[in-house]
Design a protein around this ligand. Structure first.
Ligand code: GLA
Length: 696
């Protein structure tokens, strides 16, 4: 019996080794090792010393650390029998199945009737490892916690990048120092949540966006998760991800984690970002019309809120079309008696007061404009003030006296009649009208964390997609409250944030790019006076921020001056001219030597062209902004670089900078080492720099 396994993709090696027939541990993960390396020698070399005040050995930091092995940290599995007695499994080897870049390991505890499986799959084109665990029992067990296969974290690291956030403030990247004990994040709200995006990046010392080693993790589950990054007393470090604790509410015979996606990078944080972006876009999301470019959206929410009036909406749609929109999304307020957010969720029937002839007049108008039509739903929710709740109060999840959220409750999705009702009512509309897009919202937390709810929501999404395969779905939860690779198996776009404040949005987008590609990341041009921040930005700034992702508009087009409309039209046209390669390219976060500049580069998949967005958030501390270094270019190629919006150079810029008047030609090596000198920029303005590789 071999008790050593390795997975390789040319870029990285993962080595697992077991002591006898115990659960194996990751003894190496990183830069590719020689094929001839002897695993048994590596396992022997991996052993660490022990000394006073310790056990007579170091319990393995296995794929599922076991309390029964006297593991000194958090165990990977915590469960009880149906009577409530705590179980301490001792798993022993049963079998290993090694496929082409895949591995499945089975271990069991015959006495307790438990079987544990760990699965690994490598995806060489992205370098991403997906891994998950299952536990099967012969008698029902109560599951408290099951971790996806556990990874060690590097010792050559002093910090971890943990993601937090809030409504209108998603994807904040925080550096948390490694210290004795654990950094624990748990989303107990029944959503992946604004607060605790299920991701973690561990940079080694000295790693930046563009250089150095980093280890990235993302847990693809929308129902709330737990993350543990723990330093043990002996100095070893472990990373665990799994569903939120106690979210399995009943005893069962089989449990499985969602997929944990893990990536090793030797190209800085961008190496992790690119792997996640590509894997999500190329292996998880399925676009109904994959060959078609991402259509420019118009969403009417911030223009009209609940005030639906057909002639006004028709006028808005026509004006949006003239600006370049290709898809019109009718947001909240078209159903039940929904004049504000206090009522009608659950009543997915068209409001005859607002739409006496149904949705036909607005849908037909939009289709006649050659735009696609999309409709907002919040399927998992019910207002106590609704016909649905009055007819079926027992369909709501949780106690009757629970605290409401946005005046609403959550439907118990695990009830088959709830799934059928939602499938039938949403399906009827998709059947009756030419609707090719759904914005699927989820605006409140669950009363309790319940994994069955998430499984049932996924099942409803899958059922609708099977019946209406041409319909694309956007995941929204008060903005970015439900964004993860689990929901993105069923959806194609994220509403990243309810903040259309261009400055805030660019920060949120920058954080999200660690995981999300531009093709799925919605970004809209909001009203001139931002509704969430009360700030005003000019049209160029707002439009360039939106054009960096899947672009859309959300302001009332009737508020635009002629100059604003022209600027928006131009930038939208630029987006359309470039979206095909950008949607398949990589977003690379640049290391800006100037903290007042937030910069990113989007690089075509074949490296032949790029665009840089240099966002002057604030005034620089010194007179000139610092040169901006590019990244991941062919160092030996010459690039032609030009400043696309050089007509926006401010009168305070008086120098003869090359980029102000002409194209610059320089090698990739120069652009990456010296960087670009950009003209003086006023706060809240963006330089857009395009580059093309010249044939040699
Ligand atoms: C949530 C969404 C918004 C909008 C409203 C409608 O807040 O994030 O974009 O759809 O619901 O009520």
């Amino acid at each position: 019996m071999s008790n050593c396994w390795r997975l390789d993709d040319g870029h990285q090696t993962l080595v697992l080794a077991a002591t006898d027939d115990l659960l194996p541990q990751v003894i190496y993960w990183g830069q590719a090792l020689l094929g001839s390396e002897d695993c048994d020698d590596l396992a022997a070399a991996h052993k660490q010393d022990f000394t006073g005040g310790m056990l007579d050995g170091n319990p393995d930091l296995s794929l599922c650390p076991e309390a029964s092995q006297s593991f000194p940290g958090q165990p990977g599995l915590r469960c009880r029998d149906a009577q409530g007695a705590v179980l301490h499994p001792k798993f022993r080897f049963v079998s290993a199945e090694k496929g082409w870049q895949a591995l499945a390991l089975t271990y069991s505890d015959p006495k307790l009737g438990l079987t544990y499986q760990a699965h690994f799959a490598l995806t060489p084109d992205t370098g991403l490892i997906s891994t998950w665990a299952t536990v099967t029992a012969t008698n029902p067990i109560l599951l408290h916690w099951l971790a996806a296969p556990v990874f060690p974290a590097p010792h050559y690291s002093t910090e971890m990048l943990s993601l937090s956030g809030s409504w209108i403030g998603e994807f904040q990247v925080n550096s948390v120092p490694w210290t004795a004990g654990m950094h624990m994040r748990e989303s107990r709200t029944g959503r992946s949540g604004h607060e605790h995006f299920p991701g973690l990046i561990i940079p080694e010392c000295g790693t930046s966006n563009t250089a150095g080693k980093a280890y990235g993790f993302h847990y693809g589950w929308s129902g709330g998760h737990r993350m543990i990054a723990e330093e043990l007393p002996d100095g070893r470090r472990q990373v665990q991800f799994g569903n939120a604790t106690d979210s399995e509410l009943t005893a069962g015979l089989h449990f499985e984690t969602a997929k944990l996606y893990a990536v090793f990078s030797d190209h800085g944080l961008n190496g992790c970002a690119v792997a996640f972006q590509r894997y999500l876009r190329d292996h998880i999301v399925t676009f109904p019309q994959s060959a078609q470019p991402r259509p420019v959206h118009y969403n009417c929410w911030e223009a009209i809120y609940f005030d639906h009036d057909i002639p006004v909406l028709q006028d808005i749609a026509s004006q949006a079309k003239a600006l370049g929109a290709e898809r019109f999304v009718l947001d909240d307020g078209w159903f039940g008696q929904r004049d504000d957010d206090t009522s009608s969720l659950g009543d997915w029937q068209i409001d005859p007061r607002k739409y006496p002839d149904g949705l036909g007049p607005i849908v037909d108008h939009v289709i006649a404009l050659e735009m696609q039509f999309g409709l907002w739903f919040e399927p998992e929710m019910v207002n106590p003030d609704s016909a649905l709740y009055r007819a079926h109060p027992d369909w709501a999840l949780g106690p009757k006296d629970q605290l409401l959220g946005r005046q609403q409750m959550v439907l118990n999705m695990a009830l088959p009649q709830v799934g059928d009702y939602l499938f039938d009512s949403i399906g009827a509309l998709l059947h009756d009208y030419d609707i090719s897009y759904i914005k699927w919202d989820h605006n409140r937390n669950l009363p309790i964390s319940d994994a069955a709810q998430t499984r049932s929501s996924y099942a409803l999404l899958a059922r609708l997609r099977a019946a209406f395969p041409h319909v694309e779905i956007e995941t929204c939860a008060s903005g970015g409250g439900r964004i993860d690779f689990g929901i993105l198996q069923h959806t194609q776009r994220v509403w990243l944030s309810d903040s259309n404040d261009a400055l805030e949005r660019s920060r949120i987008q920058h954080g999200a790019a660690l995981f999300l590609p531009s093709a799925v990341t919605g970004s809209h041009v909001g009203p001139r006076l931002c509704h969430t921040s009360g700030r005003t930005f000019d049209m160029q700034y707002r439009a360039w921020v939106a054009a960096q992702r899947h672009m859309g508009f959300e302001m009332d087009p009737r508020e635009l001056t002629e100059i604003e409309a022209l600027a928006l039209k131009d930038i939208t046209q630029w987006y359309k001219d470039n979206r095909a390669w950008m949607a398949n390219g990589d977003i690379l976060r640049l290391d800006s030597a100037d903290p007042s500049v937030l910069a990113e580069m989007q690089l075509a998949r074949d490296g032949s062209r790029f665009v840089v967005f240099s966002n002057q958030l604030d005034s620089s501390a010194q007179i000139n902004s610092r040169p901006l270094r590019l990244t991941q270019l062919d160092p030996n190629a010459i690039f032609a670089v030009h400043l696309l919006n050089r007509d926006k150079v401010h009168p305070l810029s008086r120098g003869n900078l090359l980029l102000k008047s002409q194209e610059l030609q320089a090698s990739g090596a120069w652009l990456m080492a010296q960087g670009l000198n950009l003209p003086y920029a006023v706060p809240s303005s963006i330089w857009v720099i395009e580059g093309r590789k010249l044939s040699l």
